[in-house]
Design a protein. Structure first.
Length: 443
């Protein structure tokens, strides 16, 4: 998995899920494999700093396959207490030989042995004396992201955000309110997930917590999921639908719908008289939405393959939707704990390219909303270029829109600032970092 992420640009969550589904590993080994992949990716910055000490040179001078072997071994030595040092070293050497890297076996053995001996003496940069170095080398945040966070939140809050971004993401689900109440589903799930708790902000949400050995890491195999009583969805994602607040009988457009958790959440609120149209340009991802709608027995979901950043006039009449959700493609800087490889894939110049696409989508859906209708724009990023700047530019170009003055639902009132924008942060709210602006068409 580490090689596929490094060499082929694979997305770790998708690649790992597919590999585990094909494997015959027992539950404990599945959990260990997941921890090794995600942990090594999360902490790559810190691992590279420590390995540079052990090697006497940077990992950029090491063959990439060997560097990944070293990181995998170093993660077990530095940050995982369940694998004995001798086993971590010997398994790394065995993997080098098994991968045809016999020439590097001696280097792997020597570097990891030295790291095991000297790990407590490696001087990590201190937050007070070197805030940027601390975030980069101790907390494994790329320097350009770390610098932005320090500027936006201050050193101490940026460090807390970094810690939260390195934590294991909680698993949350959404009760299908058409079939079951949250309380009833929570009582059922606690038989299999003893630590399950109601979500703090999402009224249909449940945080699963620790599961039984058979269920660990596999909520999609749970009887409640298979029967359509719940959907896997992060709490922050659920909060966006709460901010959209779709009403029974309305017609709603989800302009960037796949893989579909928000679209099905909207559909559950609309009732049989309402309809949600889910757009996306990726046919395979649209099929995930269609499959989920079937599982949830939602007949009021219609899917349409289309790129929302291109003209949509041929698909829909003007003023034909009561509400529109633009959950735009973004950098994902608010969800690094869920996608630990994203921090290494993303480059600073991506933000403006993404912002251009985001602005284009808003302008394309602009004429489709009825006067008096509500448009919610959301991202899972913390970058102002993709959030506030996009909304400001849109409002300048679309004078028929304004920030919606209506008060938010009580469950999320504490997440909406004085400027009317919803913001969540992992270290403050315990959920992914999201931004959402609620706009109203006034004419």
């Amino acid at each position: 998995m580490l090689e596929r992420v490094e060499d082929a640009g694979a997305y770790a969550d998708l690649a790992l899920h597919a590999a585990l589904e094909r494997s015959r590993l027992p539950a404990g080994d599945r959990a260990l494999a997941t921890e090794l992949v995600y942990g090594t990716l999360r902490w790559r910055g810190r691992l590279d700093f420590a390995l540079a000490h052990a090697l006497g040179r940077g990992l950029d001078e090491i063959e990439p396959r060997v560097a990944n072997l070293l990181r995998l071994g170093a993660y077990q030595l530095l940050l995982l207490d369940r694998v004995p040092d001798a086993v971590a070293v010997s398994e790394s050497v065995r993997l080098a030989r098994g991968a045809g890297l016999e020439r590097a076996a001696g280097l792997v053995n020597a570097a990891l042995r030295r790291l095991a001996r000297e790990r407590d003496a490696i001087p990590l940069p201190d937050l007070e004396d070197d805030p940027l170095g601390h975030l980069v080398h101790a907390l494994s945040i790329p320097s350009w992201i770390a610098a932005r966070w320090i500027a936006a939140y201050g050193a101490e809050d940026a460090a807390r955000l970094a810690h939260a971004s390195n934590a294991q993401a909680p698993r949350s689900v959404r009760a299908n309110r058409r079939l079951v109440s949250r309380d009833a589903l929570l009582a059922e799930l606690r038989e299999r997930f003893p630590d399950a708790q109601a979500c703090r902000f999402a009224p249909d949400g449940i945080r699963l917590g620790r599961g039984s050995p058979e269920q660990a890491g596999r909520p999609a195999h749970d009887p409640a999921f298979l029967a359509g009583r719940m959907t896997i969805q992060d709490e922050a994602s659920q909060v966006v639908v709460e901010w959209l607040d779709p009403q029974p009988g309305e017609r709603v457009l989800d302009a960037c719908a796949a893989p579909g958790a928000k679209a099905t959440a909207i559909a559950e609120r609309l009732g049989e008289a309402g309809e949600v149209i889910g757009l996306d340009r990726h046919p395979r991802r649209l099929e995930l939405l269609a499959r989920d709608a079937r599982r949830l027995a939602l007949a009021n979901v219609r899917i349409q393959r289309a790129d929302a950043s291109r003209p949509l006039g041929g698909l829909f009449a003007a003023a034909s939707f009561d509400r529109i959700l633009v959950d735009a493609p973004c950098s994902g800087l608010g969800a690094l704990r869920r996608n630990p490889d994203a921090r290494w894939r993303l480059q600073p110049d991506a933000l403006e390219r993404l912002a251009a696409v985001q602005r284009a989508i808003l302008l394309r859906v602009r004429p489709l909303l009825v006067p008096g209708g509500v448009l919610v724009y959301s991202t899972c990023t913390l970058a102002p270029e993709e959030n506030e700047a996009v909304i400001d530019a849109f409002l300048e170009e679309a004078p028929e829109f304004r920030r919606a003055p209506a008060p938010p639902p009580a469950s999320i009132a504490g997440l909406v600032g004085a400027d009317g924008h919803l913001r969540t942060l992992p270290h403050r709210h315990g959920i992914d970092g999201f931004f959402a602006a609620r706009l109203e068409r006034v004419r």
